[in-house]
Design a protein around this ligand. Structure first.
Ligand code: PGA
Length: 260
């Protein structure tokens, strides 16, 4: 299986952090350090209120903008929600759906995540669909079952010809914000499982082209080993994306052992 077709995607998930002013200077500094990389894509997912103010600087830097969440309806009486039309208007190419904090703190169901994924595809916004098991599920040997369930609910029903229209993020819940990273082998196993699932659901070409990111305590000192795995195509980074030098180092990973 060739792995060269997938452009690595290094994504910062800022969650509910940074002011607009801090974000503006972060982007300028990041651009100063990493330039506009040609062989990898740099993505930032700031809070909703930052999307419009960051649009120009992000475009100028050649970075991709992402929302952290969305509603699946075009408009309506949904207080506090933001539609994909609105997100698209801010220049976002991507939207994160089903992040584990949305699932576990805000009670989002598999079914909702499926609706969001389908709606994002309809609007031409690339969904970054997050999946991942809890520690008790891993310990009970249920990792693949959980991933299969989450993939089925979110991706089974969509039609997909162009693999660049979908990104999957494998984020084991026990590794998010805990400092406990999955080992590169554990992550690779899960990623390979996801790719096989995609091959069965779609076809080999789609499965080969969809980028699968790893998320969960990615740091400057573990990113190279993670990115060396053949099925890890990028990272979704929370904590370590809030310091510009740390995220810049993650963007500048080197992939010494990667084969393919
Ligand atoms: P973390 O978060 O890097 O702080 O573990 C990752 C994420 O939640 O996407």
């Amino acid at each position: 299986m060739s792995t060269n077709v997938r452009t690595p995607l290094m994504a910062a998930n800022w969650k509910m952090h940074l002011s607009v002013a801090e974000a503006v200077s972060f982007i300028a500094k990041l651009h100063e350090i990493v330039g506009t990389p040609q062989d990898r894509e740099v993505l930032i997912a700031p809070p909703f209120t930052h999307l419009w103010p960051l649009r120009e600087a992000m475009t100028a830097a050649g970075f991709s903008l992402s929302a952290q969440n969305c509603h699946w309806e075009r408009q309506g009486a949904f207080t506090g929600e933001v539609s994909l039309t609105m997100i698209q208007e801010t220049g976002c190419r991507y939207v994160i759906v089903g992040h584990s904090e949305r699932r576990h703190i805000f009670g989002e169901s598999d079914a909702w995540i499926g609706l969001k994924t389908a709606a994002a595809l309809v609007h031409g916004v690339v969904p970054i669909v997050c999946i991942g098991e809890k520690i008790e599920e891993r310990e009970a040997g249920l990792t693949e079952e959980v991933l299969r369930r989450q993939l089925t609910a979110s991706v089974e029903g969509v039609s997909l010809q162009d693999p660049n229209r979908l990104v999957i993020a494998y984020e084991p819940v026990w590794a998010i914000g805990t400092g406990k990273t999955a080992t590169p082998q554990q992550a690779q196993e899960a990623h390979a499982f996801v790719r096989q699932w995609l091959a069965k659901r779609f076809d080999k070409a789609v499965a080969n082209g969809v980028r699968i990111l790893y998320g969960g305590s990615v740091k400057p000192d573990n990113v190279d080993d993670l990115m060396a795995q053949p099925d890890i195509d990028g990272a979704l980074v929370g904590g370590a994306s809030l310091q510009v030098t740390s995220f810049a180092r993650i963007v500048q990973f080197t992939r010494s052992v990667k084969n393919g």
